[in-house]
Write a protein that binds this ligand. Structure first.
Ligand SMILES: NC(=O)c1ccc[n+]([C@@H]2O[C@H](COP(=O)([O-])OP(=O)(O)OC[C@H]3O[C@@H](n4cnc5c(N)ncnc54)[C@H](O)[C@@H]3O)[C@@H](O)[C@H]2O)c1
Length: 188
């Protein structure tokens, strides 16, 4: 039952591709709790997904951005502040992709170009998001920045192939930037 827990809070939610996406459900719950937010996803995903449906349901504008591009992330954060009328209270990084998994490459035959792409999309994009937020001074004090990890970050899960390393890096970035942001802005 909604309790207006997020009334007055504004944010950015990435990664809602279709109703099976974790970010889709987060957006619906955040909307039900009174938050206002911008939805974002890779420009390619705009064509494949059903994000317009979610946008209408949550009354949330969409700003496409490839999370590997600092320029596009810059436009996302400045556009979001413009649309939402001020600084950001919460950011959800719900982004992951491995071409090695898609192409069913086992751990001993990983394609290293794909591996780099996995790291760039699934982990380094989190650093880029926070670096852009810092440069634009976009976060409100006591804001929250959340990314979604998996237990494979800390254990051997061979079927998860290069995503295992991506999640380990994602968690490491969360610790390091969490400390930096915590000192700068009192948010984590
Ligand atoms: N589904 C699970 O069981 C599970 C478990 C643990 C962690 N996670 C993590 O949760 C997050 C969301 O996963 P999901 O299950 O909702 O899958 P999903 O495929 O619905 O979400 C991944 C999203 O990443 C987006 N994306 C890919 N490349 C991008 C890019 N270059 N720029 C911007 N966006 C890009 C996709 O378009 C998609 O919307 C991922 O980080 C995933 O690893 C999922």
């Amino acid at each position: 039952m909604p309790n207006n827990l997020l009334a007055g809070k504004v944010g950015i939610i990435s990664g809602a591709l279709n109703e099976h996406s974790i970010a889709w459900k987060v957006a619906q719950r955040a909307h039900a709790e009174g938050a206002r937010f911008v939805l974002t996803n890779a420009p390619l995903a705009m064509r494949m997904g059903e994000i317009n449906k979610l946008s209408e349901e949550c009354n949330a504008p969409i700003i496409p951005a490839d999370a590997t591009s600092t320029e596009e992330l810059g436009a996302l954060f400045s556009g979001a502040q413009e649309q939402l009328g001020g600084k950001i209270d919460f950011v959800l990084h719900s982004i992951g992709m491995s071409a090695n998994i898609r192409k069913k490459k086992h751990y001993g035959e990983l394609d290293y170009k794909f591996f780099q792409q996995t790291i760039d999309v699934s982990a380094m994009s989190f650093h880029k998001m926070m670096a852009v937020a810092e440069k634009q001074d976009a976060m409100n004090e006591w804001g929250s920045i959340v990314a979604l990890s998996y237990i494979a970050a800390q254990r051997a899960f061979l079927d998860y192939t290069d995503m295992t390393q991506a999640k380990a890096m994602l968690e490491s970035i969360a610790r390091s930037y969490g400390q930096r942001f915590g000192k700068l802005k009192r948010c984590a």
